[in-house]
Every structure is written in C-alpha cells, then in structure tokens.
Ligand binder design. Sequence first.
Ligand SMILES: Cc1ncc(COP(=O)(O)OP(=O)(O)O)c(N)n1
Ligand SMILES: Cc1ncsc1CCOP(=O)(O)O
Ligand SMILES: [Mg+2]
Length: 208
Amino acid sequence: MWPRRGLYVITPDETSTERLLARVTPVLGLAPALLQYRNKLADPALRREQAAALLPLCREHGVPLIVNDDWRLAAELDADGAHLGGDDGDLREARHAVGTEMILGASCYDSIERARRAADDGASYIAFGAFHLSGTKPGARRAQPSLLREAAALALPRVAIGGITPSNARPLIEAGADLVAVIGGLFDAPDPQAAARAYIACFEETHR
Ligand SMILES: Cc1ncc(COP(=O)(O)OP(=O)(O)O)c(N)n1
Ligand SMILES: Cc1ncsc1CCOP(=O)(O)O
Ligand SMILES: [Mg+2]
C-alpha cells in the first residue's frame, strides 16, 4: 500500500540523466510519499533511459515511481504507476491494461465532474490545480481550494499541484489535500533537501 499523505515530488526538466539522479537523490533520502518522473524536454529514448535509471533509486529508498504521461512506458518498466492528464490517453483503457495494482493518477484541473469520471474509470488518486501561479506551467488552469473539500466525497486521495511552496501549502492541506505535488518549490530552491523537509513539516503540523 503506497502512502496516502505527504510530499509528492515531481522531477524537473533535466536532459542529463546523471544530473537528474544527482538532483533527485537528496530529496529521495527523505522518503517522500511518491516520486513522479516528468520531463517535457526529453524525447522518447531519453524518457525511457531516465525513467529506467530512477527506478532502482526509488526502490532503494522505498519510494513509488510514477511515470508522467505514458502508462505503457510505466508498465513496460514495471514502475509503480503513471499519471494521466487530459491528453494522455484513456484512463479506463489504462486501468484495464495494467490491472488493479498499478497506481494511476488523473489530472482533474478545476473540475469535480472530471474527478467523478476519473473515480469511475479506476483512478488511484485525483489531482487538482494549479492552486497558485506555477513557474513551471504558467498557463495552467487555476482551481480553488474549496474543490478539495468537495472532492472528499469521492473517497480517493486528493493531490494539490501548482505553485505550491512551504508557505502556501498549509491551507491546501487544511482544505483536504492529502498530497502536495511540487516541482519548482523543490528544485528551484537553493537547498532542495531543506525545502523538502519544510513541505514534510507542513503535514506534521496540519491536522484535519
Ligand atoms: C500529480 C500531478 N498532477 C497534475 C499533473 C499535470 O498533468 P497534465 O495535465 O497531463 O500536464 P503535464 O504534467 O503532462 O504537463 C501532473 N503531471 N501530476
Ligand atoms: C504539471 C503541472 N500541472 C499543473 S501546475 C503544474 C506544474 C507544477 O510545478 P510547480 O510546482 O513548479 O508549480
Ligand atoms: Mg500529461
């Protein structure tokens, strides 16, 4: 059973596999709930290489590896899961193909309807956001924290994403975020490991 609460680390766009591993390792050492491999600069061969390189590292630290966008690659590599957005294929088809064990996350943006559909189609978690302006994805659709409360009825772990920092994470956790997914707040920080500690502390200090 994967952890249903805590920090969800997403990798930065990094074209050097060596540098990617060096950047991710200190954060993995803090045992975040999940790690997602996401790289919008990589071609298919580099994506395969980098996801495959992250897998043993994640296993060593006991952190489930989620592959962004591509459930087939996740299945092929025997990763722990995949994250699917609106342009990343059919969730129901993916669930049927990968079986019940694999973690399949779904982007629901600002839509409770989308979240209901994702729940019906076999999502393991539902992700909402962006809640704040994201430097990584400045054009991302924006969502309100009240959506996290509304989504409690779906009884799936709720992920908040988009411009989340240790300073603005607490209200989202109070509103119902079980996991906070972060790229820039970690990897643009001068000390990503210290930043990861600060996010983890938000969960320890915020009770619902
Ligand atoms: C945990 C999590 N939530 C949302 C997203 C965004 O997925 P998507 O809308 O497909 O956008 P890209 O990440 O592909 O740019 C995510 N990756 N992870
Ligand atoms: C992939 C994605 N989807 C909505 S915002 C976002 C980027 C999240 O990165 P950051 O934590 O840097 O805002
Ligand atoms: Mg996607």
